[in-house]
Design a protein around this ligand. Structure first.
Ligand code: PLP
Length: 368
């Protein structure tokens, strides 16, 4: 059994992928070819946002967004400690100080109730992460951002295809960044990402930053990077967009079925994901909580069930951020989650039989 099966999807759309890639090889515009604009229009329409700026990865999407808002040394940027390294890493790389807000224990996302107390005159942006595919409480976070005149950047690397109160992830705040890493809900065959905004000025800035700060060719008005998406990756993503709705529906169905099976077979012993009533999740990860995780993981490995941990160490306890001075116990909710979370096989082509095997194996592993 695969943790994430990318082969079934490829088999399903092989002719479309081949045709799309062959077209790029024949026109030869490998950098910023016509597929880039086609994809950006398609992604913007999907997320119901005016502007989409494709780029080289989810990590670069975050850096591009932060550079576009003009982050400078001494700025503080608020985010969650319970995320992939890139979120805090790009804040620091952009020159700002990552400043953390603990998470809500049920959703694993930034707790809006703890956010406002962390705002100082130096706070320059708020970067909530939509973890495992579920959006953070964006209305509450946006309201706080607006009150203090601080932009909100959704790290939507895991939530492309999610909805929040009927609106799509990536269209919920001033800026949003997503990733097309192969295992994300919309994945390329290599690295890729995108930034989203409804603000024309920010869109122009992000387009410039993506391409060495060029306003026009060889005329550089600001610092930027080589943050472009490859045309070939755009072509691959376009082929995948055709089946995205169907795949998201399969993910939602499988996620709900996992939770139902766990309820039936284990009662309350295994904590399943809590998805707020106003949210839908593509389950970039289907993540449960268990005690004695390492032992459970070892038993599952012996049973042929692959698992992963997202993430074992909160950013606040990462060696690279030691000088921020957060000792153990500073962010108790994130630290507790980091010790207990366990992600199970999840992808749109997971069979019901394999899913039952996963659930039975987890229940058995937890029982002893
Ligand atoms: C994957 C991920 C990123 C980085 O995306 P890449 O495309 O791998 O650079 C950033 N933030 C979160 C929350 C992620 O899951």
């Amino acid at each position: 059994m695969d943790f994430i099966d990318l082969k079934s999807q490829q088999a399903r759309i092989k002719p479309q992928l081949d045709a799309r890639m062959a077209k790029v090889l024949s026109h030869g515009a490998y950098i910023m070819g016509p597929e880039i604009e086609e994809l950006e229009a398609r992604l913007a329409a999907y997320a119901n946002v005016k502007y989409c700026i494709s780029c080289s990865s989810g990590t670069d999407a975050l850096l591009i967004a932060l550079m576009a808002i003009g982050v400078k040394p001494g700025d503080e940027i608020l985010t969650t400690p319970f995320t992939f390294m890139a979120t805090g890493e790009m804040i620091a790389l952009a020159g700002a100080k990552p400043t953390f807000v603990d998470i809500d224990a049920r959703t694993y996302n930034m707790d809006p109730a703890q956010l406002e107390a962390r705002i100082t005159p130096r706070t320059r942006a708020i970067v909530p992460v939509s973890l495992y595919g579920q959006c953070a409480d964006m209305d509450a976070i946006n309201a706080i951002g607006r009150r203090h005149g601080i932009p909100v950047i959704e790290d939507a690397a895991q939530s492309f295809g999610a909805t929040y109160k009927g609106r799509r992830s990536c269209g919920l705040s001033d800026l949003a960044c997503t990733s097309f890493f192969p295992s994300k809900p919309l994945g390329a065959y290599g690295d890729g990402g995108a930034c989203f905004t409804n603000d024309e000025t920010l869109a122009k800035l992000m387009r410039e930053v993506r391409n060495h700060g060029q306003e026009r060719r060889y005329y550089h008005v600001r610092l930027g990077l080589n943050g472009r998406l490859d045309t070939l990756q755009a072509a691959i993503l376009l082929a995948k967009m055709d089946i995205l709705d169907d795949e998201i529906a399969a993910r939602e169905r499988l996620g709900a079925r996992y939770s139902k099976l766990f309820r039936e077979k284990s009662g309350e012993k295994i904590r399943t994901p809590h998805i707020e009533a106003h949210n839908t999740s593509p389950y970039a990860q289907y993540t449960v909580e268990v005690a004695e995780r390492e032992a459970v993981q070892a038993k599952l490995q012996r049973a042929g069930v692959p698992t992963a941990v997202h993430y074992p160490v909160p950013l606040t306890l990462q060696p690279v951020f030691r000088e921020l001075g957060h000792g153990p116990g500073s962010f108790p909710v994130a630290e507790s989650a980091a010790q207990r979370v366990l992600s199970l096989p999840m992808h749109p082509y997971l069979s019901e039989k394999d899913q039952e095997l996963v659930v039975d194996s987890v229940v058995k592993a937890v029982q002893g």
